[in-house]
Design a binder for this molecule. Sequence first.
Ligand SMILES: Cc1cc2nc3c(=O)[nH]c(=O)nc-3n(C[C@H](O)[C@H](O)[C@H](O)COP(=O)(O)O)c2cc1C
Length: 321
Amino acid sequence: MGNSWKNRITDLLECDYPIILGPMRLITLGSMAACISNAGGFGVIGASGLSREKLVEEIKLARSLTDKPVGVNIPVYRSNAQDAVEVSIDMGIKTLYTSAGDPAKFIDKIKSAGLKVIHKVSNLSMARKAQAAGVDAVVAMGFEAGGHIGREGITTFCLIPVLAQSLKIPVIASGGIGDGNGLLAALALGAEGVEIGTRFVATNECPVPPFFKESLCAAELNSTVVLGKEAMPIRVLKNKIVEQAAGIGEAKTDQVMVQQGNADALYVGEGGNKHTAVMPCGQVAGLISNVSTVSDVLSEMINGTKSALDRINRMTSGGKL
Ligand SMILES: Cc1cc2nc3c(=O)[nH]c(=O)nc-3n(C[C@H](O)[C@H](O)[C@H](O)COP(=O)(O)O)c2cc1C
């Protein structure tokens, strides 16, 4: 893959490349987090849905698989958030990744224990609030991303430059990035790192059922839909259950999915099949056609960034594309 990169995000997260594993409830646990960190990125364990004991177990598992740092994602609104903060501090995690709520709730506790914090946002006012609360970086998530997204429909391409110009802290771009071209575009827009969710689902190492990876590889740009638009919007792959819930084809409403309890119960991390499971997924699925290893995804991104840059350099110096 060549030389590691260096900027504020690689310094903050102590990784070779500013590529972060997007936390995925009950999917990105110890083994997946260790895998990304071993490949030079920054792995994240999702604490959502884990008991205290299970989180301890997953952090221990990650430590047994890598010497590199991994982070823990804590959705602030979940009932286990306080526990997850305490466990992470006790177990010597260096960086917490908060989302879905106000990071100010835990910032004093986290900072006084000497940890760094990154926080997920989807608009400028959330980003300013997070910066004022004292977070070290924001993950800025555009509307094309997989999973829970912002209510305002702001895309990655427009969100990143505004945040990069308006904030002092570094910005990590999330949503719609699946290869070296996307990584280079994010850097060109002013991001200093990227968060990748959907592309890492289509890897050998990702512990989701094969039907999820197959559906994702078969997906086109228009294969996702946003459910729960009024409450907690979530971008998912279209399938039978989702089409019913969204009222596509049959006249039902997406009220079925609005309640978090329902979305959780049908979530692919809990079981189901390709017709009955809710599979969060980004529009970037339309770019993905193969399942490969995490390390191949990472090296294609790093090498792809360099070849995209060469291509642009040739063009801007008068050469042909
Ligand atoms: C299957 C799946 C589950 C997800 N679960 C969570 C979650 O539990 N918490 C969270 O903060 N983000 C979650 N996300 C969002 C990702 O962390 C990440 O922000 C997003 O996937 C980035 O966009 P991309 O899919 O275009 O790469 C999920 C995404 C997917 C695809």
